[in-house]
Design a protein around this ligand. Structure first.
Ligand SMILES: NC(=O)C1=CN([C@@H]2O[C@H](COP(=O)(O)OP(=O)(O)OC[C@H]3O[C@@H](n4cnc5c(N)ncnc54)[C@H](OP(=O)(O)O)[C@@H]3O)[C@@H](O)[C@H]2O)C=CC1
Ligand SMILES: O=C1O[C@H](COP(=O)(O)O)[C@@H](O)[C@H](O)[C@H]1O
Length: 575
C-alpha cells in the first residue's frame, strides 16, 4: 500500500550512471571467456583452483565464495569487479504483476535477490509487487522473505542481507482492468525518482495468467506508463505468448498499441540457460565446427527435452495447453533455431534474431495433411518410476477422464536451404519419460568406406543442456590389443570443470532486460514463425479423431510410433 515508507537501504540517491559499455560489447566480453576442456585422459581438466587463478571461468554463483560480497561494498575479486562494472543497469524499479504467484515465489524473487546480493543491480533498485490480494507493504515483505527462505533457487544469504533486501520491497493491489492500480504504480515510480537520479526507469514483468497480458499492457499504456520521456520503460511477458497463431498476432497487435517492439521482452527461459548460450559460443567462437556444420557431414540432428515429472498439479493450465504449446512452439523451436541458423554478423539482438527468423522461415511447412508423416503424439499411462507407481495422465487430479491432451510430441523438421537440404532435425519432448535431460545431438554421417572389421558408427557431437551440463564428442577408436577392433569412445567437456554452480536462467534474463539487451528474447516475428510451424499440428490433432491414448507407459521413452518416425536407419539416443 502507499503511505510513509522508510527509505530503502542500498538505494541512496545516485546519478543515473551511463552504462560503461553497450550490452553488445558486454556480451562480447562475456563470450570471450574461454571454456576449458576435459578431453579423455590425454588432457587433464583444469581444476576450479587453476581456473580461479587464471581469472577464467568464474560465474556469479561461483563468486559467492568470494568474501565480503556485500552490495555496494568493495568486491575482492578482480573478475567480479569487472563483471559488475560492465553490467550494472541504471537505477530502476522492477514492477512484478502476479508477485504472489508460483513463478514469482519459486524463481523470479530468488533470481532478483541473487542479482542484488551479487551487487549486479546497480546503484539504486527497488521492487514493487502488484497483485489482487489486499496486503500492505509489511505483509508483502514477509511474503517475499518467506518465499526466498522456501525456494531451493535462493542463494545463501550473506548475514543481514535478507533484512536489507526487505527494504527494497513495496506492494500495490487492484483490479488490472481498471485505472487505479496503474495510477498507484505511477506514484511508486515518482516516489523512487529522487533515489533513482531523477529517472523513472521501470521494468514491468507480467507473471500472471496469459489472459491478463493484454489488459495489463493496455492499462499501462492508457496511464502513460509506456512513455519513455522520464525514463526507459520495458515490458517482460511470460509464456505462453498466445495459444495459436491468430491469438499470438492479436496479442502482438494489442501490445504494439502502447509499446514499441524494442520495449517488449518475451521470455523463453531456455534462452537464459548457460548451456544454450554455450551452443552459440561453441558454434561461433571456434573455427573447427563450422566446416562440418552442414549437409556434407551431418546425417541428422536430434533435439530432446525429456522430463521425468508428470503434471505436478498443473491440470488447469496443461489441459488447455498440451505439449505442443507448452514446450514445442517455444523452447524446442528456439533450440532448433540456434542449432540450425547461420552465423550472425555480430552478437547482438537484431543480428541473432534475424538469423533465427531466416532459418525458421526455411523450415518446410507442416500443413494439416503432412502431420501424419512428420509428427507423433503421445500421452502417458500409469507406470513405475524409480520403483514407485505413478498415475497415468488421465488419472492426474483435475484432468478429464478421456482427455485427448498430448504429453509427448516428436516431430521431423526439414530445412529447405543450402546448408541443411536433406538433413532432418528430429525434435522430441515429453513428460514421464525415464529421466530429465535436455540435449542437442548433431549426428554425423558414417565414414564412406569401412576398412576395419565391424560396422562403422556415426560420430555424435552432443550439447548437454541439462543436467550434467557440457559437450561431448563420440567417435570410434582402436581398442588396445593385436586386432584392429574399434570401439566408440567419448571426449567429454563438463561445465563442472569450472567449479561453479550455473546461474538461474531467470537471473540472466532479468539482468539482460534491465540492461536493455534483447538478444536472448524472442522477437515478434520469431514467435510468429514458430506458431506457423506448429499450427498444422494443432489443427490436425485438435480437429481430428480422438487419439488412442494412453500410448506410452510412464517411465518409457514415448510411443513406438516415434521410433518409426526417426527410423529405419536411425535411432533415438538413449540418454
Ligand atoms: N510457474 C512456473 O513454473 C512457470 C510459469 N510460467 C508462466 O508464468 C506466468 C505465471 O505463472 P504462475 O506463477 O505459475 O501462476 P500462478 O497462478 O501461480 O500466479 C499468477 C499470479 O497472478 C495473479 N492473478 C491471477 N489471476 C488474477 C486476476 N484475475 N487479477 C489479478 N491477479 C491475478 C495471482 O494472484 P493470486 O496469488 O491472488 O492468485 C498470482 O499472483 C504464467 O503466464 C505462466 O504460464 C512460465 C514458465 C514456468
Ligand atoms: O516452460 C516450461 O518448462 C518446464 C521445463 O523447464 P526446465 O527448465 O525444467 O527444463 C516444463 O516442465 C513446463 O511444463 C513448461 O511450462
Amino acid at each position: 500500500m502507499t503511505g510513509t515508507r522508510k527509505k530503502a537501504a542500498g538505494t541512496k540517491a545516485a546519478p543515473a550512471a551511463p552504462r560503461a559499455t553497450s550490452p553488445q560489447a558486454t556480451r562480447q566480453a562475456v563470450t570471450k571467456k574461454r571454456a576449458s576442456e576435459k578431453v579423455g585422459v590425454a588432457q587433464p581438466a583444469p581444476t576450479a583452483a587453476t581456473l580461479a587463478a587464471s581469472g577464467e571461468g568464474t560465474t556469479r554463483k561461483s563468486r559467492k565464495r568470494v568474501p565480503a560480497a556485500v552490495p555496494g561494498g568493495e568486491a575482492h575479486n578482480p573478475f567480479r569487479t569487472h563483471m559488475r562494472r560492465s553490467r550494472a543497469p541504471e537505477p530502476a524499479t522492477l514492477v512484478i504483476f502476479g508477485a504472489t504467484g508460483d513463478l514469482a515465489r519459486r524463481k523470479l524473487l530468488p533470481a532478483v535477490f541473487g542479482l542484488w546480493q551479487d551487487g549486479l543491480l546497480g546503484s539504486a533498485f527497488n521492487i514493487v509487487g502488484i497483485g489482487r490480494q489486499d496486503m500492505n507493504d509489511e505483509q508483502f515483505k514477509d511474503f517475499v522473505i518467506q518465499a526466498l527462505e522456501g525456494s531451493k533457487e535462493t542463494d545463501t544469504p550473506q548475514p543481514g542481507n535478507l533484512e536489507k533486501f526487505r527494504e527494497l520491497l513495496y506492494y500495490e493491489f487492484g483490479d488490472f482492468s481498471g485505472d487505479e492500480v496503474y495510477a498507484l504504480i505511477d506514484k511508486e515510480l515518482a516516489r523512487a525518482q529522487d533515489d533513482h537520479g531523477g529517472r523513472k526507469n521501470a521494468l514491468f514483468y507480467l507473471s500472471t495468467p496469459p489472459s491478463l497480458f493484454e489488459p495489463i499492457s493496455n492499462g499501462l499504456g492508457r496511464l502513460g506508463l509506456a512513455d519513455e520521456s522520464e525514463g526507459w520503460r520495458r515490458l517482460v511477458i511470460e509464456k505462453p505468448f498466445g495459444r495459436d497463431l491468430d491469438s499470438a498476432r492479436e496479442l502482438n497487435d494489442a501490445i504494439h498499441k502502447s509499446w514499441d517492439e524494442s520495449q517488449v521482452y518475451r521470455i523463453d527461459h531456455y534462452l537464459g540457460k548457460e548451456t544454450v548460450q554455450n551452443l552459440m559460443a561453441i558454434r561461433f567462437g571456434n573455427a573447427i565446427f563450422e566446416p562440418l556444420w552442414n549437409r556434407g557431414y551431418v546425417d541428422h540432428v536430434q533435439i530432446t527435452a525429456s522430463e521425468d515429472l508428470g503434471l505436478e498439479g498443473r491440470a488447469g493450465y496443461y489441459e488447455e495447453a498440451g505439449v505442443v504449446r507448452d514446450m514445442l512452439q517455444n523452447h524446442l523451436m528456439q533450440l532448433f533455431a540456434l542449432t540450425a541458423m547461420e552465423a550472425p554478423a555480430a552478437f547482438d539482438a537484431e543480428a541473432i534474431r534475424d538469423e533465427k527468423v531466416k532459418v525458421l522461415r526455411a523450415v518446410r511447412e507442416i500443413p494439416r495433411g503432412r502431420v501424419k508423416s512428420v509428427a507423433v503424439r503421445g500421452q502417458y499411462g500409469p507406470g513405475t518410476m524409480d520403483g514407485a507407481k505413478v498415475p497415468g495422465y488421465r488419472q492426474e487430479p483435475n484432468v478429464r477422464p478421456a482427455s485427448p491432451t498430448p504429453t509427448y510430441v516428436a516431430v521431423k523438421l526439414e530445412v529447405d536451404n543450402w546448408r541443411w537440404q536433406g538433413v532432418p532435425f528430429f525434435l522430441r519432448t515429453g513428460k514421464r519419460l525415464p529421466k530429465k535431460v535436455t540435449e542437442i545431438a548433431v549426428v554425423f554421417k558414417r565414414p564412406p568406406l569401412g576398412i576395419f572389421p565391424g560396422g562403422l558408427e556415426r560420430n555424435v557431437l552432443a550439447f548437454r543442456i541439462q543436467p550434467d551440463e557440457g559437450v561431448s564428442l563420440k567417435f570410434s577408436s582402436k581398442t588396445p590389443g593385436q586386432e584392429m577392433v574399434l570401439r566408440e569412445v567419448v571426449m567429454d567437456f563438463r561445465y563442472d570443470a569450472f567449479g561453479a554452480q550455473l546461474e538461474s536462467p531467470y537471473s540472466r534474463l532479468l539482468l539482460d532486460a534491465l540492461l536493455g539487451d534483447a538478444t536472448l528474447f524472442p522477437r515478434e516475428d520469431e514467435v510468429d514463425h514458430a506458431w506457423q510451424l506448429v499450427s498444422g499440428i494443432l489443427e490436425a490433432w485438435e480437429g481430428g479423431s480422438a487419439p488412442e491414448f494412453p500410448n506410452y507407459t510412464s517411465g518409457t521413452w514415448g510411443p513406438d510410433a516415434a521410433d518409426e518416425l526417426i527410423g529405419p536407419d536411425r535411432r533415438w539416443r538413449r540418454l
